[in-house]
Ligand binder design. Structure first.
Ligand code: DQA
Length: 144
């Protein structure tokens, strides 16, 4: 049985493809999932990819990642990255390693994106490479 990597996506990421394509690219979340699954197969990993616009779902899924024995979590928390102490605490509350992922580079953008409560608890961060950020984070997860 391959190890499972949870890939959790937060608010507005369901709109990828049409949402601010000059920032986030033209690919949909399903396109990203397809790329990630191809690479996961090569690395002998399984992907469990989810998206929610609700903070509590992301908290519950972080807990589930640990309870189900997932190897790691890739977390793009969207705007909750910059606001959510609940996600910060959830990451700290589980032993499963969490890698923060962003399509864009928040540090090159508005100052309200420069604080990451997710990043302050995560094992590491991959940001700024579009859909490739997820693939690079998966590479990292495979080596933890
Ligand atoms: C994002 C960056 C966040 O600042 C923003 O709120 C998002 C997407 C990214 O992937 O670049 O929703 O997480």
């Amino acid at each position: 049985m391959p190890d499972t990597i949870f890939v959790l996506n937060g608010p507005n990421l369901n709109l990828l493809g049409t949402r601010e394509p000059e920032i986030y690219g033209a690919e949909t979340l399903d396109d990203n999932a397809g790329q990630l699954e191809d690479r996961a197969r090569e690395l002998d990993l399984a992907i469990d990819m989810r998206q929610s616009n609700h903070e509590g779902h992301l908290v519950d899924w972080l807990h589930e990642a640990q309870a189900s024995g997932a190897k790691a979590v890739l977390l793009n928390a969207g705007a909750f990255t910059h606001t959510s102490i609940a996600l910060h605490d959830a990451i700290k509350g589980i032993k499963t390693p969490v890698i923060e992922v962003h399509l864009s580079n928040p540090h090159k953008r508005e100052s309200f994106r420069h604080t990451s409560f997710v990043g302050q608890a995560a094992k590491g961060t991959v940001a700024g490479f579009g859909a490739l950020s997820y693939v690079l984070a998966l590479e990292a997860a495979s080596r933890i």
